[in-house]
Design a protein around this ligand. Structure first.
Ligand code: SF4
Length: 286
């Protein structure tokens, strides 16, 4: 059995930066908190908890000595509240998300009605909305476009597909006099999806590794399953079953942006123990 591991499996740039920041301050003996779970991966959260880093939703918690802001960023009022706190604040907001916040602010200041493409309940979008002014509009793939003002400025939740951006731009053009677009989509997600799609075409079975609560990992698993390749979404190597690989020649492994390397490695080793051999350590997908 041949094992192919996706080149882009695991942490993206922003998640790696945030997790490194958390492990760096872990174990100092200080009370360190993250504002919400730092990533959607229970094993990483558990490891951090063992080293004294806890998630909290309460910025007024008197026990906090250091607080880490996660990659999604926070709304403007929370950011201002944190600046007045007595404790240290470590800002792990992904620089790409920060950039989108700045564009939303800029558009508002330039008099555009800001239109955000994304999921209104997602923390990243809540943050963007706080910079976008009171007439902000949020649309996703299911929402019809409301009536817009004559000058509209667009920013996008970093993980949205470019096809949705293209569709919304077409729809908006039918309504307004002027449109300004900042494409704030991060290509980490789309490249990972592309690579996974190519891989799923070539293998007999796909193993997708990552938190069951991780949206981007689930998206990878759904993509593979939709291509009629047997697909298993697992969080840890312990979930692997021998019967998945009976009669299979090639096994593809990919992982979401919140899956650490050590879990991917354990999965690979577990499959090797069942007779798998790696193809030059990595896939040849682009
Ligand atoms: S997916 Fe992109 S925007 Fe989101 S944290 Fe990772 S690098 Fe940053």
């Amino acid at each position: 059995m041949e094992i192919i591991i996706a080149k882009r499996a695991g942490f993206c740039f922003g998640v790696k930066r945030a997790v490194d920041m958390a492990f760096h301050v872990a174990g100092t003996g200080e009370k360190v908190y993250t504002l919400g779970p730092i990533i959607h991966n229970p094993q990483v959260i558990e490891k951090l908890q063992e080293q004294g880093v806890q998630p909290t939703a309460d910025i007024d918690n008197p026990e906090i000595k250091s607080l880490i802001i996660r990659t999604h960023g926070v709304p403007k009022n929370v950011s201002e509240g944190l600046a007045a706190m007595h404790y240290e604040v470590l800002d792990a907001t992904c620089p790409f998300v920060k950039k989108a916040q700045q564009y939303a602010k800029l558009l508002k200041e330039d008099g555009y009605q800001v239109l955000i493409i994304g999921d209104r309940e997602h923390p990243e979008v809540k943050g963007l909305m706080s910079y976008a002014g009171e007439d902000v509009v949020v649309v996703n793939k299911d929402a019809a476009l409301p009536r817009l003002k004559s000058r509209v400025g667009v920013v996008v939740q970093t993980t949205q597909p470019v096809t949705l951006l293209q569709k919304v731009i077409r729809d908006v053009l039918g309504q307004v006099r002027e449109i300004k677009v900042f494409n704030t989509i991060c290509n980490s997600t789309s490249l990972r999806l592309k690579e996974t799609k190519e891989m799923a075409k070539k293998v007999d079975v796909m193993v997708v590794v990552g938190g069951k609560n991780s949206a981007n990992t689930s998206q990878l698993a759904h993509l593979c399953a939709s291509m009629s390749v047997p697909t298993y979404h697992i969080e840890t190597a312990e979930e692997i079953r021998d019967e998945w690989f009976a009669g299979m020649q090639t096994i593809g492994i990919t992982a979401g942006a919140s899956t650490p390397d050590w879990i991917i490695k354990e999965v690979e080793e577990r499959i090797r123990d069942r007779g798998g051999r790696a193809r030059d350590g990595h896939s040849d997908q682009g």
